[in-house]
Design a protein around this ligand. Structure first.
Ligand SMILES: O=C(O)CCC(=O)C(=O)O
Ligand SMILES: [Fe+2]
Length: 327
């Protein structure tokens, strides 16, 4: 483990010799990845530097088709939703109150199903060896699923509410350390700039967690879609992906997604994994206070009991590999 003083000495050495100090000259070469042969040196360096890495065609298509059908069956009420949370786009909520309400149903109505980790069909994605083998490179062998979603972007209604503002997923998590959390996000069909692919700010995972607020969007903003401001000048990469491609990214990486301007449904399945050794922390009084208060109020309304934010995460987390530590 290197100390700040050691790092400073190396940097001073570079400067003295007129060289430009680079991130990889620091004594501890790898901070965001663990020693594991599943990642090549090149892949490891890419993630260390950029905070994300894409694996082409990682998830078999027949499995993705099955999960797409399962999503539609839940939306249509053919399969029980259990404890899963079904979310609707705000512009549709408005039109539901209008006279054309009947035309908005099924997968057109729901833009997200959350907490899919306890659904045995979706859990097959979460525990898929192709995914878990890569997750271990960030978390180590003991792995919990802490946040899970099937994200559906129905055709935008014209109000741009299918956009997802730039944000950092760690804003939502009362869990640390961040470096042992990773998201896997798999395209369930081709994702393009037209149907609202992910947009990432490479290298932003080396920053810190910033304050998040609801953006001031004319058409309204979906529940809990908080965003960061002030990153307009930062380089962006649009992650256009084919069906089955999977991106793994760090929870501090700033990312978002565009509106779906096609007539199709853009679906993705994703899971945030954390090392079982991670701790559940109190976020009161931090920049995460606003999301914690909002979600606690929602849980209170739904379950009529008050639950602390970190307990919400603790209770729903599900073991994926190895053993549970912080029970
Ligand atoms: O799939 C997307 O459009 C992005 C979703 C996302 O980043 C999130 O829900 O945190
Ligand atoms: Fe996100």
């Amino acid at each position: 483990m290197s100390t700040v003083a050691e790092r400073l000495k190396v940097l001073q050495g570079h400067l003295k010799h007129g060289q430009q100090a680079s991130y990889f000259d620091s004594p501890k070469r790898f901070r965001f990845t663990l020693d594991n042969p599943r990642l090549t040196e090149e892949q490891r360096i890419f993630y260390e530097h950029n905070g994300y890495i894409v694996f082409k065609n990682l998830v078999p298509h027949h499995l993705l088709d099955g999960w797409s059908q399962h999503f539609r069956d839940i939306c249509d009420g053919k399969v029980g939703r259990g404890q899963m949370m079904m979310m609707k786009d705000i512009s549709l909520l408005k039109s539901l109150k209008a006279k054309d309400a009947d035309s908005v149903k099924g997968e057109r109505l729901y833009n997200k199903i959350q907490d899919v980790m306890w659904d045995e069909e979706f859990f097959k994605y979460i525990a898929l060896p192709e995914i878990v083998d890569i997750v271990k490179c960030f978390t180590g062998p003991n792995i919990m699923a802490i946040h899970t979603m099937v994200i559906n972007k129905p055709p935008d209604t014209g109000s741009d509410t299918s956009r997802h503002p730039l944000h950092q997923d760690l804003h939502y998590f009362p869990i640390r350390p961040a470096d042992h959390i990773v998201c896997s996000w798999t395209a369930m069909e081709q994702v393009t700039r037209e149907n609202g692919c992910l947009v990432v700010l490479p290298g932003s995972h080396r920053g810190s967690l910033y304050p998040h607020e609801y953006p001031q969007w004319e058409g309204g903003v979906n529940f809990a879609y908080h965003g960061v401001v002030g990153f307009d000048g930062h380089g962006r990469v649009h992650l256009t992906m084919d069906k089955g491609d999977t991106v793994f990214f760090h929870p501090i990486l700033i990312h978002g997604s565009g509106a779906n301007r096609t007539e199709g449904f853009r679906k993705a399945i994703s899971c945030h994994y954390a090392a079982s050794e991670c701790n559940y922390i109190d976020v009161k009084g931090t920049t995460q206070d606003n999301i914690a208060t909002e979600v606690e109020a929602y849980a209170m309304k739904k379950n009529k009991t008050s639950v602390d934010y970190k307990e919400i995460f603790h209770i729903r987390a599900r073991l994926v590999n190895g053993k549970e530590v912080n029970i």
